[in-house]
Design a protein. Structure first.
Lengths: 309, 295
């Protein structure tokens, strides 16, 4: 028997209110930070429709409608940076996911636990280097006079001035930096596969390859789709460092290294054009948002559990 | 049977060789960096960069440490930002993650949405820049290196899923014992989530440690720039370091081992990470996978 307070209901309500208040209080610091650094800038998107002047400020500058957008889309840069952003990211997503699945399956086939542990520990190290450091590493390979690559080739290729190589260098650097991390994520879901699947396959006399093809890969699909989805979400917030620091911001390489992010940055820094750079940034955010929503919808159709929202 | 065993051995060998090549590809560049940093300048001029250091000397490090002003200030900024900022960020992140992990929190859904939405859409670089510099007035302020990353949606959601792992029975039991919400959070949930805190904490510190973006945007005063950004500026202006050294009168500009100094700087910027890495390794794998599963 429990002791029941006569005014149990109102007491409960009071306790609940207090609980809600305490919990809400805990959320406040982070909410304020999000408000300042994530939500307040969304209002700042109004710059895209203004002819911003420092002396007039945010409220005083004149509205110009879509002029900033027109200016951007009439330039040849619009096509170049959009194409670069999309093509590079398609390559990044495909190469990283395919590579990670292959390496994860190989890891899973290796019987020595010790060896697996070692590979696992080493391979995600590149993921934790900043692009400032990666830029130095790439420089060690590509330096004209002393670089490893030129020593190997016995030639004097000026890598930082030759456009034709960068469509390969950039995806390669991205692959090097990210594939290990993704391998570990996929490997973790691979070892999570219920052993009864394997037993059933063994009873059916399946070969190892058949097990991989018909048991592992289908079971990995939701995870791979989800990782892909996350990468799609990041397309339009690209790895600035990869496109800015690794090619050392070399002007001659812009046609093949310039993406929307780097373009916006230069627009702001070199031209000081707040209106236009905001407009380009808004274009980026909106297209990115639409892409994620579409990708998520498609995902939902095929594999409900890997959808993000 | 024997045939089978042989085949198995062969497959294992091939698979291991593939993985060994892959791991070499992962660490070779880092070893190259270290090797160049201790190679004698003349050897570099003659043979180029090489994974095997020739005529080993530590001249580059001597130069850097003899006149450390630029390195030290970068290190100092990065350490302050990483650890003070990191602690602040972890506290703020944990504080919001906890209510979000509680199914009985009344505003869980709206708060969750406010957090999640920032992953889908944001104002972008320029409006954020204007807010930080004009509205908040943080230009050239060290807080500009901390606050923008203090509450990140991804970390909040990651920590939330760790908190979700705390059995509800324990929280209920604490409540029946009359423990308040704060008490339950600090004394029960946090200690039970140590692996989660370690893993998210490491990710937070790492983000601050590796950051050059905020310095590039908001800090023009070179004494307040983070190490990673300094590193980038040194890529082009390694001569700056040489000038520093010659001003202090210790060495002449001509002798300055610019090639190896570059790599020595890069190595010094990741050395502390190399030391910390093994301690957080096991939490990281756990954190990464949990984050990906429940993200």
């Amino acid at each position: 028997m429990k002791y029941v307070k006569p005014n149990k209901k109102s007491h409960r309500a009071r306790v609940d209110r207090k609980k809600t208040r305490t919990l809400t209080l805990l959320t406040l610091p982070a909410l304020i930070l999000l408000l300042l650094f994530n939500y307040l800038p969304i209002f700042g998107l109004a710059y895209a429709f203004k002819d911003y002047r420092y002396d007039k400020g945010f409220w005083g500058s004149d509205w110009v409608g879509f002029e900033n957008f027109e200016f951007f889309f009439q330039s040849s840069d619009a096509f170049t940076v959009t194409r670069n952003t999309i093509l590079y990211n398609v390559i990044f997503i495909a190469s990283t996911l395919i590579g990670a699945v292959i390496f994860a399956v190989i890891l899973n086939e290796i019987t020595s636990r010790k060896a697996v542990k070692f590979y696992q520990n080493v391979m995600f190290f590149p993921y934790f280097l900043s692009y400032a450091v990666v830029a130095f590493i790439v420089y060690a390979f590509l330096n004209v006079d002393y670089g490893v690559l030129n020593s190997l080739l016995g030639e004097k290729v000026n890598w930082y001035a030759e456009q034709q190589y960068w469509p390969f260098i950039i995806p390669l650097v991205n692959f090097w930096k990210n594939v290990g991390y993704n391998t570990i994520v996929i490997y973790a879901s691979l070892i999570g596969i219920d052993s009864s699947y394997y037993e059933a396959a063994a009873v059916d006399g399946a070969t190892r390859f058949q097990v991989i093809r018909h048991v592992m890969l289908p079971l990995l699909r939701p995870m791979v789709i989800m990782l892909g989805l996350i990468m799609v979400g990041k397309i339009f917030y690209g790895d600035f460092g990869l496109f800015y620091m690794v090619p050392q911001n070399a002007g001659i390489l812009y046609p093949v290294t310039d993406v929307i992010d780097t373009y916006v940055y230069r627009c702001l820094r070199a031209l000081g054009d707040v209106g236009m750079s905001t407009a380009v940034g808004l274009y980026q955010s909106v297209v990115g948002f639409i892409l994620v929503v579409i990708a998520n919808k498609i995902t939902k159709k095929y594999s409900e559990e890997s959808a993000l929202f | 049977m024997v045939e089978n065993k042989k085949k198995k051995f062969r497959t294992q060998t091939i698979l291991n060789i593939i993985m060994i090549l892959f791991t070499i590809a992962c660490i070779y560049p880092i070893l190259l960096m270290i090797s160049v940093s201790i190679t004698d300048s003349d050897a570099i001029y003659e043979y180029g960069y090489s994974i095997i250091p020739r005529n080993i000397n530590f001249l580059a490090y001597e130069y850097i440490f003899k006149n450390p002003s630029s390195l030290i200030s970068g290190y100092l900024v990065t350490i302050i930002v990483s650890f003070l900022g990191g602690a602040f960020s972890l506290i703020v992140t944990a504080m919001i993650a906890y209510p979000l992990s509680r199914p009985d929190y009344k505003y869980r859904r709206p708060v969750n949405f406010i957090v999640f939405f920032t992953m889908l859409f944001n104002g972008g670089m320029v409006p954020t820049y204007m807010v930080v510099t004009n509205v908040l007035g943080l230009k050239d302020n060290i807080f500009a290196l901390i606050l923008p990353y203090a509450a990140m949606a991804w970390n909040i959601l990651l920590l939330r899923s760790f908190f979700n792992g705390v059995p509800n029975d324990i929280i209920e039991a604490a409540r029946i014992d009359g423990a308040g919400e704060i008490h339950t959070f600090v004394k029960i949930v946090l200690p039970l989530s140590k692996p989660g805190l370690a893993s998210v904490g490491f990710l937070i510190v790492l983000r601050y440690w590796n950051d050059w973006w905020l310095s590039m945007l908001y800090i023009t005063d070179t004494s307040k720039q983070s190490m990673q950004y300094k590193l980038y500026t040194l890529m082009k202006g390694i001569e700056e370091l040489a000038k520093d050294a010659s001003v202090s009168g210790s060495m002449s500009v001509i002798d300055f081992p610019s090639e190896s100094a570059r790599m020595a700087m890069a190595f010094l910027s990741i050395a502390p990470l190399l030391v910390l890495f093994p301690f957080f390794q096991k939490y990281l794998v756990k954190g990464i996978t949990l984050g990906a599963v429940k993200g």
